[in-house]
Ligand binder design. Structure first.
Ligand code: CUA
Length: 364
C-alpha cells in the first residue's frame, strides 16, 4: 500500500497518531487492575453459600475434581496465548513509516503445532469430562435411596415425596449421608435445578424427566437457585436443601404427613381459614385436610410455617414479610399474574391480612 497513490499521505499518518498508543496503555493498565481485583475477590472469602468449589457431597466433589484438573490447563493456555499476543504486538510493532514486515505465506511446522497441541490437550480434557459425565449421571439405586420429584414453576420449586405422600415447596429436605435420586421436570418453561455445594445443574424441561443424584456429607442448610433464565423473576427463584440427621429426617416426614389441624372456633385463625376459601386461595393452593383446597398452581401451604422462607425461598418467612406479600405480591417480587405467572394482588384489607396470617401461622 505504501507506494500506492490512492492513499493520500495525510490519511496514512492519521492512524499512526501517538495518542492511540497512550490510550491503549491506559486500557491495558485498567484491564490488569480489574484482573488483579477479580483474582483477589475469588481467593478472599471461602465462606460463600453457593461456592461450587467448596463441595459438600460426592457428586459435587467429582465435579470439583474435574475443575481442579482442567483449570491449570486453562490458566496455562491463557497465559501462553496472551503472552504471545503481547510479545508479537511489541516485537513487530511499527517503528518507522517504512519498515513493512516481511510478507510470508504458510508455515507447515507452526500450523501442525497449533493444530496438534490443542487437539491433544482437548482429547485429554475430553476423556476426563466424559468419564465425569457418566459418573454423575449414574442413577442412585438401592432401598435406602430417597426418591423426590422436582418441578420447576415460574418462579418457585415443588418437591414431591411420592413414597411418603408429601408435597412441599422451595425447601428440599433430605437425610444427610444418604443418596437421593431426583426426577426433575417443569410445568411451564425450562428451569435449571442447581444446588452448587451438593451437585451440578440439571435442566427442568416441560414434558421431560431429567435425573440428578444428590447427597450431603453432613446435616446442614445448602443454598441453590434456578440457573436457566426463565422470565421476569428468574433471579428470585432460589431453593434450599436441608440435610437432616436420620432421626430428624424421620421426624420431619412424620410432621409433613399430618393434615392441617382445623383452627379453633371463633379465633382469628378461623376467620382467616374462612377468608382463605372466600378469596379463592383454594383454587391455587393446597392445604391438606381442608375441603376444596387442592389447587396446584401455587405452593402447597399445608405446612407453610415449617419452612423458613417463602416465594421461591427469597424472603424470610416472618409475619412482617408475609403481610407485605399479601398486600401486593407483584410489588415484592416481579411477576405477571395476568399470564398465570405468580400471585395476584387480591386487594385485601389490613384486617383480612391479619386474619390470614393468623391462619397461616397454624399451618406448621
Ligand atoms: Cu426458573 Cu430461572
Amino acid at each position: 500500500m505504501r507506494e500506492s497513490a490512492s492513499v493520500p499521505p495525510s490519511r496514512e499518518r492519521e492512524w499512526r497518531v501517538t495518542p492511540a498508543r497512550t490510550r491503549s496503555s491506559k486500557q491495558l493498565a485498567v484491564a490488569a487492575l480489574v484482573l488483579v481485583a477479580l483474582a483477589t475477590v475469588a481467593c478472599g472469602n471461602q465462606d460463600l453459600p453457593q461456592n461450587a468449589l467448596d463441595p459438600q457431597g460426592p457428586d459435587a466433589r467429582t465435579l470439583d475434581k474435574l475443575w481442579d484438573l482442567t483449570f491449570p490447563f486453562a490458566v496455562g493456555v491463557f497465559f501462553l496465548v496472551q503472552g504471545l499476543v503481547v510479545f508479537i504486538i511489541w516485537r513487530f510493532r511499527a517503528r518507522s513509516d517504512d519498515d513493512a514486515p516481511v510478507q510470508v505465506h504458510g508455515n507447515a511446522k507452526a500450523e501442525l503445532g497449533w493444530t496438534i497441541a490443542p487437539a491433544l490437550l482437548l482429547a485429554v480434557i475430553g476423556v476426563f469430562t466424559v468419564v465425569t459425565v457418566f459418573d454423575i449421571n449414574r442413577r442412585a439405586e438401592g432401598s435406602e435411596v430417597l426418591q423426590v420429584k422436582v418441578s420447576g414453576h415460574m418462579w418457585w420449586w415443588e418437591f414431591e415425596y411420592e413414597n411418603f405422600d408429601i408435597i412441599t415447596a422451595n425447601e428440599l429436605h433430605i437425610p444427610a449421608d444418604q443418596p437421593v435420586q431426583l426426577e426433575v421436570t417443569s410445568v411451564d418453561v425450562i428451569h435449571s435445578f442447581w444446588p452448587p455445594k451438593l451437585a451440578g445443574k440439571v435442566d427442568a424441561v416441560p414434558g421431560r424427566t431429567n435425573y440428578m443424584k444428590l447427597q450431603a456429607d453432613r446435616p446442614g442448610v445448602y443454598a441453590g437457585q434456578c440457573a436457566e433464565f426463565c422470565g421476569l423473576s428468574h433471579a428470585n427463584m432460589r431453593l434450599t436443601v436441608v440435610a437432616h440427621a436420620p432421626e430428624d429426617f424421620r421426624t420431619w416426614i412424620r410432621d409433613q404427613q399430618r393434615e392441617a389441624a382445623p383452627a379453633a372456633q371463633g379465633s382469628e385463625a378461623a376467620a382467616g381459614a374462612e377468608l382463605f376459601v372466600m378469596k379463592g386461595c383454594t383454587g391455587c393452593h393446597t392445604i391438606s385436610g381442608v375441603e376444596g383446597a387442592n389447587g396446584r398452581i401455587g405452593p402447597d401451604l399445608t405446612h407453610l410455617y415449617s419452612r423458613s422462607k417463602f416465594a421461591g425461598a427469597v424472603f424470610e418467612l416472618t409475619d412482617k414479610n408475609l403481610r407485605k406479600w399479601l398486600r401486593d405480591p407483584p410489588a415484592m417480587k416481579p411477576m405477571v399474574p395476568d399470564n398465570g405467572q405468580g400471585m395476584p394482588n387480591l386487594g385485601l384489607t389490613e384486617e383480612e391480612i391479619t386474619s390470614l396470617i393468623a391462619y397461616m401461622e397454624t399451618l406448621k
